[in-house]
Write a protein that binds this ligand. Sequence first.
Ligand code: ZN
Ligand code: ZN
Length: 191
Amino acid sequence: MRLEEHVAFSTAAALVALPWLKEEVWLPYAASILIDVDHYLEFVAARRRLSLREALRYLRTPQRQRGPLPKPLHQPWTLTALAALAALTRQRWLWLVLAGMLFHVGLDACNNQLVRHIQGQLQQEAAGRCPRCARETTRLELHARRPLRTLLARYRRANYVVLCPECHRLVHQQRQRLITTSKPARLAPAQ
Ligand SMILES: [Zn+2]
Ligand SMILES: [Zn+2]
């Protein structure tokens, strides 16, 4: 799930929790957003640069082009260690931080589950054959037909197709070429 979506969900949850947590609400709120510092670390590790603007651009590229992510703060063992620490030290603030992180990870899990469900349905319909080239394959990848800018767009099945890895690569190459060639060309001087 994207950072701006996390901010929106966390703000809504913080408003709901405000009457109970009062001024402590900022702890889970901050934790539920700052956990995404993981993605920034990924960018720094991959590109050896620190620019925040470049990081945001980098993180907008599809995950499969970026390789596997380390994401240490999102890992179950980090969350388990934090829970153990909170239980041992009986620090309320640690539990609140943990609650924020779990909220974030839970949202990510729901989001992934919904998208994976769409992929499963489309794969079943394709029955082991790429809908584009009709090649038989067991590896059908999910491809978004258009940029998915909102959550609703991301959960609409009609916005996706499954493709074999070769077709998927080709489709993205074509799209890239389209973007580069459709850049506004300088106008010829008027006659
Ligand atoms: Zn294909
Ligand atoms: Zn794709």
